[in-house]
Design a protein around this ligand. Structure first.
Ligand SMILES: Nc1ncnc2c1ncn2[C@@H]1O[C@H](COP(=O)(O)OP(=O)(O)OP(=O)(O)O)[C@@H](O)[C@H]1O
Length: 220
């Protein structure tokens, strides 16, 4: 497989307002690439992540993911890919307040029916350890700080060892030490498993640590 992502988008229109973004925007990403997306507020970075991550399939254009045309893939398959092959760290990602942090992080394992898989359990332990959230595993989200919740959201996103990790401002609410933990984990996974990493960020230090930077512009 040459490209893991091949997107050729003519535009994305928001029906209610007739407002459109991402005009004639093409993107090709190779397996294992580390790509960051920057650009002014409102240019469409989050919207692009939603399209790449199969949360939004309502746009004009073609999208091939894992060498398959997304428009021809069944809803069930898309849901399976979203759980198993794509890790999302989205700004509005929320944790379920009635569950502990541990149960929140393990949710994708339950959906995928792989909680008992030993490789998966090893991966879980490693993620928890690297992000340093053992002390809060038994807490509920509302008993945690914003930064702790962000790290839990990140752990949940990467727990299935996805092929692609899409992150929207993954370090925005973190101090320097925790920012480093998240970035190091992202890049460790990239190195070890050839995970494709796509990060939207306003932090140029974070952007510069990726091998390719794309700047979205207003006329795109
Ligand atoms: N559901 C919607 N209906 C109408 N317009 C929308 C909708 N969602 C997003 N937009 C508009 O589309 C544009 C792109 O939004 P998007 O959130 O993708 O930008 P962004 O580059 O991620 O911004 P930021 O850096 O502030 O997060 C914005 O002008 C926004 O107002």
């Amino acid at each position: 497989m040459n490209s893991i992502i091949k997107l050729e988008i003519q535009k994305k229109t928001f029906k209610k307002k007739g407002f459109s973004i991402l005009h004639d925007f093409d993107l090709e990403v190779k397996p294992g690439e580390r790509l960051s997306i920057i650009g002014e507020s409102g240019v469409g970075k989050t919207s692009l992540l939603n399209i790449l991550g199969l949360l939004d399939t309502d746009y004009q254009g073609n999208y091939r993911l894992f060498d398959s045309p997304v428009k021809d893939i069944s809803r069930n398959k898309l849901a399976e890919w979203r759980n198993q092959k794509i890790g999302f760290v989205l700004q509005e990602s929320s944790l379920i307040n009635s569950l502990t942090i541990e149960d929140n992080i393990k949710l994708p394992l339950m959906y995928g029916n792989v909680e008992k898989d030993l490789t998966v359990q090893d991966h879980y332990k490693r993620i928890i350890n690297k992000i340093g959230i053992e002390p809060i595993l038994k807490k509920k989200p509302l008993e945690c700080s914003g930064g702790q919740r962000s790290r839990a959201v990140f752990a949940r996103a990467v727990i299935m060892n996805p092929k692609i990790i899409l992150s929207d401002e993954p370090t925005a609410s973190l101090d320097l030490e925790n920012k480093e933990k998240i970035i190091n984990l992202l890049f460790d996974m990239n190195k070890e498993f050839n995970t494709t990493v796509i990060t939207v960020t306003h932090d140029l230090d974070v952007a510069n640590r990726h091998e390719r930077i794309i700047t979205l512009k207003n006329n795109e």
